[in-house]
Design a protein around this ligand. Structure first.
Ligand SMILES: O=C(CO)[C@@H](O)[C@H](O)[C@H](O)[C@H](O)COP(=O)(O)O
Length: 225
């Protein structure tokens, strides 16, 4: 499972890229609005931070297919080869997906709440479909189960599309999808930090260092003892 950052905070992205094996960044219009900056300025800066190989997903904002196609062309044209135009999985969106894919633009189908939206997006040629795990949970359904069902539908039908699960609120949701082996998860910075936040882990590492310093002297390490 690939791991992406669901954020447009360039400082957070720079820090997480430095520490963790990250495969890319996703944004949406709400996330971009939070930055308070011009959208293509932020997206260009994110691209320069993550480098040309990492994935960058940016969302179209037009309401009709013709506008979505224009948005998708600009996103793909200005942000480098590993860029995906995120298109909502609504009727106008499916029409736009087919056109963009036929032009060679990589598409991520977003705003996915049901397996059949993802099925249609996959058949339209999208590379990813993004089910909103926590939002589905909040509606009284099981977001992880929906994502797993989508993964199975793609495999059962020979559809070359992957799940890019989104809208996570806790580590357990990420864990269950990693166990199932879905294609990718995009996770907010605070939730990525939480993946390895555990007092037992910190206590274990502290004890190793204290014991070693007791042997060789405070502040000494394997390199300096
Ligand atoms: O769709 C993608 C990635 O394709 C995400 O950026 C997606 O928009 C976000 O994860 C969700 O909108 C965030 O949902 P929430 O945290 O507001 O529940």
């Amino acid at each position: 499972m690939k791991l992406l950052i669901d954020d447009a905070d360039v400082n957070a992205i720079r820090r997480l890229i430095d520490y963790y094996p990250i495969d890319g960044v996703t944004t949406n219009p709400t996330i971009l609005a939070r930055s308070g900056r011009s959208p293509f300025d932020v997206l260009g800066e994110i691209r320069s931070i993550i480098g040309p190989e990492a994935e960058l997903h940016a969302q179209v904002t037009a309401r009709d297919a013709a506008g979505m196609i224009e948005d998708g062309r600009r996103i793909a044209g200005e942000l480098g080869p590993n860029t995906f135009a995120k298109v909502p999985s609504v009727p106008e969106g499916f029409k736009a997906m087919k056109a963009l894919v036929s032009e060679g633009v990589k598409v991520t189908a977003t705003a996915v709440y049901t397996p059949l939206q993802a099925y249609l997006a996959g058949k339209a040629g999208a590379s990813y479909a993004a089910p909103y795990i926590n939002r589905i949970d909040n509606m009284g359904y099981d977001g992880v189960a929906v994502a797993c069902a989508i993964h199975d539908i793609f495999r059962a039908n020979g559809i070359a599309c992957n799940v890019l699960a989104a809208s996570f609120k806790n580590s357990q949701q990420v864990l269950e999808l990693a166990q199932y082996g879905v294609g990718a998860a995009t996770v907010a910075s605070s939730v990525i930090d939480g993946l390895v936040k555990n007092p037992a882990i910190d206590a274990a590492v502290d004890a190793f260092i204290s014991d070693f310093e007791g042997l060789v002297g405070a502040g000494k390490t394997m390199a300096s003892c």
